[in-house]
Design a protein around this ligand. Structure first.
Ligand SMILES: [Zn+2]
Length: 110
């Protein structure tokens, strides 16, 4: 898939991926936030599992569960955000940048 600049016909085109970057960042933050809910259930789950190992195990299990819940939330949120941002890049933003003449255009421009 080679892109051509509609302004100067150059093939030296790069993508800006602004939406992807922003989406990934927002998704990571949002995912970490929603991961807090996962932290709660993770801590609970870890606590229950750890309880079998005794009182110390419940605390340790709770901490491990909380960390895992937060990490999973942030990771999945980041991926989802980046995917959404990619769609925004392709559909909404002018994602193509001509290196020859600095012209910025989007996919539907011919
Ligand atoms: Zn150009």
């Amino acid at each position: 898939m080679t892109k051509q600049c509609p302004n100067c016909r150059s093939y030296r085109i790069t993508t800006l991926d602004r939406g992807k970057k922003i989406g990934g960042a927002i998704g990571t933050v949002g995912g970490a936030a929603s991961g807090v809910a996962g932290v709660m259930s993770g801590a609970e789950f870890g606590g229950i599992v750890g309880a079998f190992a005794g009182p110390g195990g419940a605390a340790l299990g709770g901490i491990a569960g909380a960390i895992i819940g937060g990490l999973i939330g942030a990771a999945t949120g980041g991926i989802t955000g980046a995917k959404l941002g990619e769609v925004v890049d392709q559909r909404v933003l002018d994602n193509y940048h001509c290196l020859a003449c600095n012209y910025v255009f989007n996919q539907s421009t011919h």
